[in-house]
Design a binder for this molecule. Structure first.
Ligand SMILES: [Zn+2]
Ligand SMILES: [Zn+2]
Length: 554
């Protein structure tokens, strides 16, 4: 029975390049999960898009003297290119700027309004007397009322992660002109989150399969009590509020961006020629939805989006929200404004995508923050990817190719060591399966790598390069077994290392894609022609550590 898996991934703001923190936090785990379910034969739809509304875009546009749409479009195209080069296999990566998205978002808005889950009220908002405008959250800076850090924005404090109402900021200042804002009344719509307190508590309580950080943070918010939140704002750049008298206001970006998961699935369905296909991922009770996001986004996906879905009705609630912790860079908190970040397009212009996928998988910030350093990048690439996995593959392929006429040799009788190793491959496939099913990515790849280590030990023990002189059948048998091991590794590692897995699949003489072969141990049959082998990975020069580190913070 194939499963239906909807994978929603965080919507990046289209105001700057992607960086490794976002990749480790959401995009890579989502892609591993999608590839795993696809190779298992399950039905997957993985969607996201660039978030092109809100003040992050208007601020960037003002800084560069461009229109918000130009900024949004430039980064949207860059994101598509990055996904392709890193192998992030979206079924659809769209934007919040489509007519489809606006109409789905407005439908949800109007339905919740009709059901009294949205109401109109006036609120006090900061107004800059010098600029003569209401100031959206991100146009105000001040001191955080929770942790007292300076430089907190009007929507969130980066230091403590707490969402903030702009009016709560201590000593607020206008970001455009530096004046002190006045407080003025303005009319807005509010989401009645308080109406969902009991239903959300009952529901969240039962989600024992959530990661401990996600589960406990969600329960903490519920315990503090949910407050109604404004969902419209005084800003024209956004999805229009579909109500008369609100022509100069728009729907708040956090409210409409989460709706993107639904609108993107509908857009994807249309593109497949079966417009109604989205229903099987959103309305079929057996379908599961997973949301891959960074930890700063947890309450939006475990409380606010579920409340909106409950209010609208007849749409599946999230099954899991495997939010990751943060990636630090060279031991320090990542900061895009201080350029303390590794930018994805820069990385991809210089290095192999699978090397990064490997490092970020084996060091994924699943249960706590982890650190990226260039020294570790080189070490893991050279000592693990090249020396353990790549070397095993290269030794067995080149030796077989040269000595057995470019074909898979026939095995003689398998001794107990050979049988044990093939059994270990089968066990690793099952172990990794279990880990991936539960979104334990780090443990999954570690267990796969231990099979590569066992393969190396076996090959050293059997030493076919010595055996071939006295007993060519013994050499043939050990090569046949080791070819089986590397063939197993290409399948087991496929969700993590799709590019090298596909190359290895072809070196082993298989046709088509690894994914089509399914999640199974596939021993190359005797007589199958091999392709002339090339190294799977490249050793990196230690010198790059200094070069790359010197770019940080510049
Ligand atoms: Zn704070
Ligand atoms: Zn001002």
């Amino acid at each position: 029975m194939s499963e239906k898996i909807l994978i929603g991934v965080a919507w990046p703001y289209a105001n700057g390049s992607l960086h490794l923190g976002q990749i480790a936090g959401a995009y890579l785990p989502a892609d591993i999960f999608a590839r795993y379910h696809r190779i298992k034969g399950n039905e997957v739809v993985m969607v996201s898009g660039s978030d092109q509304h809100g003040t992050p875009i208007t601020i960037k546009a003002e800084q560069e003297g461009k229109k918000p749409a130009e900024i949004a479009d430039k980064y949207y195209r860059e994101f598509l290119d990055s996904w392709q080069r890193l192998g992030i296999s979206f079924d659809l990566f769209t934007t919040t700027g489509t007519a489809n998205h606006a109409s789905v978002a407005q439908d949800i808005f109007l339905t919740l309004l009709k059901k009294d889950y949205i109401y109109k009220s006036s609120m006090s908002q900061p107004y800059c007397p010098r600029c003569q405008r209401f100031l959206p959250d991100r146009y105000i800076e001040g001191t955080c009322p929770y942790c007292h850090s300076p430089g907190a924005r009007g929507d969130q404090c980066d230091a403590c992660g707490q969402p903030i109402n702009a009016a709560e900021l201590i000593e607020p200042l206008c970001r455009i002109c530096g004046a002190s804002p006045e407080i003025k009344d303005t009319e807005h719509f509010f989401l009645k989150l308080s109406a969902f307190q009991d239903r959300l508590s009952d529901w969240a309580e039962r989600q024992n399969h959530w990661r401990p950080n996600v589960y406990s943070l969600t329960r903490r918010y519920l315990k503090e009590g949910l407050r109604d939140r404004a969902i419209t704002r005084d800003l024209e750049w956004g999805v229009p509020v579909p109500v008369d008298g609100f022509e100069h206001k728009s729907i708040y970006v956090w409210f409409e961006a989460v709706i993107g998961y639904l609108s993107a699935t509908r857009e994807w369905a249309k593109s497949t020629g079966d417009e109604e296909k989205w229903r099987s991922f959103w309305q079929d009770k057996e379908a599961k939805s997973y949301y891959f996001i960074g930890k700063d986004n947890i309450p939006f996906h475990t409380l606010i989006w579920p409340a909106m879905l409950m209010g609208y009705g007849d749409l599946n609630l999230p099954y899991d929200v495997p939010a990751n912790e943060f990636l630090t860079i060279e031991g320090r908190k990542l900061s895009t404004s201080r350029n303390w970040a590794v930018w994805l397009p820069d990385y991809l212009s210089r290095y192999d995508p699978d090397s990064l996928r490997y490092l970020l998988s084996i060091n994924m910030p699943e249960t706590g923050d982890t650190d990226f350093s260039w020294r570790e990048f080189v070490r893991r690439n050279n000592d693990e990817l090249v020396a353990t996995y790549g070397n095993l593959v290269h030794r067995v392929l080149t030796f077989t190719y040269r000595n057995f006429d470019g074909s898979v040799p026939s095995a003689g009788e398998l001794d107990s060591q050979s049988q044990a190793l093939l059994k270990k491959a089968e066990e690793t496939l099952n172990t990794v399966d279990g880990f991936l099913y539960r979104c334990h990515f780090r443990e999954a790849i570690r267990s796969a790598m231990s099979l590569a280590q066992e393969g190396n030990r076996y090959l050293d023990d059997k030493s076919p390069w010595k055996a071939i002189k006295e007993d060519s059948q013994a050499a043939a048998t050990s090569l046949y077994v080791t070819l089986g091991i590397i063939s197993s590794l290409k399948t087991i590692l496929y969700p993590f290392l799709p590019f090298s897995s596909q190359r290895l699949h072809e070196f082993l003489g298989f046709k088509g894609s690894v994914e089509k072969n399914g999640w199974q141990i596939q021993l190359p049959p005797a007589g199958q022609r091999l392709l002339e082998p090339q190294p799977l990975f490249t050793k990196l020069d230690e010198k790059l550590v200094e070069e790359e580190s010197s770019r940080l913070g510049q």
